[in-house]
Design a binder for this molecule. Structure first.
Ligand code: SME
Length: 168
């Protein structure tokens, strides 16, 4: 099954249509976090906004580094997920090691992928920073193969930057 944004409110799955969607998301997110610094509230609303706006997702949420070597589940939308992920393990733990976004077109082809939901086929994980240090990741899963590309990595990255701005 191929993902088409043409099946959604955003018209087509061209890069331009995706950029329009991310511009809309940025403006909605600015409104949601305006004047609010509570990290749990902001990350919970962030997950809900992304999950309920972007088509073709089955999970969207955060993992945070509680210690330097382990991520712990944070606010999310979707089915219950694995709680702890070691640094360097799975797509999330690998993103922490690399400090940059990872797009996985086919999760079955990613060595060490951690399957929280057997329906997930592709994944995008974006790092979250505070004061120059990585503090966690935002993870998106899709039941569609090859759901995410570099436009999505940049678009979600731009949303995460807005969120990081609330972490004063
Ligand atoms: N697939 C992730 C685990 C988290 S769940 O997808 C929610 C990974 O490989 O790190």
């Amino acid at each position: 099954m191929t993902f088409h944004l043409s099946d959604t409110a955003y018209g087509t799955d061209t890069p331009a249509a995706k950029q329009t969607m991310y511009a809309d998301l940025r403006s909605q997110l600015q409104g949601l976090v305006q004047g609010e610094t509570d990290w749990i509230a902001n990350t919970a609303n962030f997950s809900s906004l992304v999950f309920n706006t972007m088509p073709g997702l089955n999970w969207a949420g955060f993992y945070f580094l509680k210690t330097q070597d382990e991520l712990v589940l944070g606010p999310f939308q979707g089915k219950p997920a694995c709680i702890r992920i070691k640094r360097g393990r799975g797509v999330c733990g690998t993103t922490v090691e690399k400090g940059e976004a990872i797009v996985v077109a086919d999760v079955h082809a990613f060595p060490g992928h951690i399957a929280c939901d057997v329906n997930s086929r592709s994944e995008l994980v974006v790092p979250v920073f505070s004061k120059g240090e990585i503090v966690g990741v935002f993870d998106l899963d899709s039941p569609l193969p090859n759901r995410f590309d570099e436009v999505d990595a940049e678009g979600i990255g731009s949303l995460v930057k807005i969120l990081e701005g609330t972490l004063a």
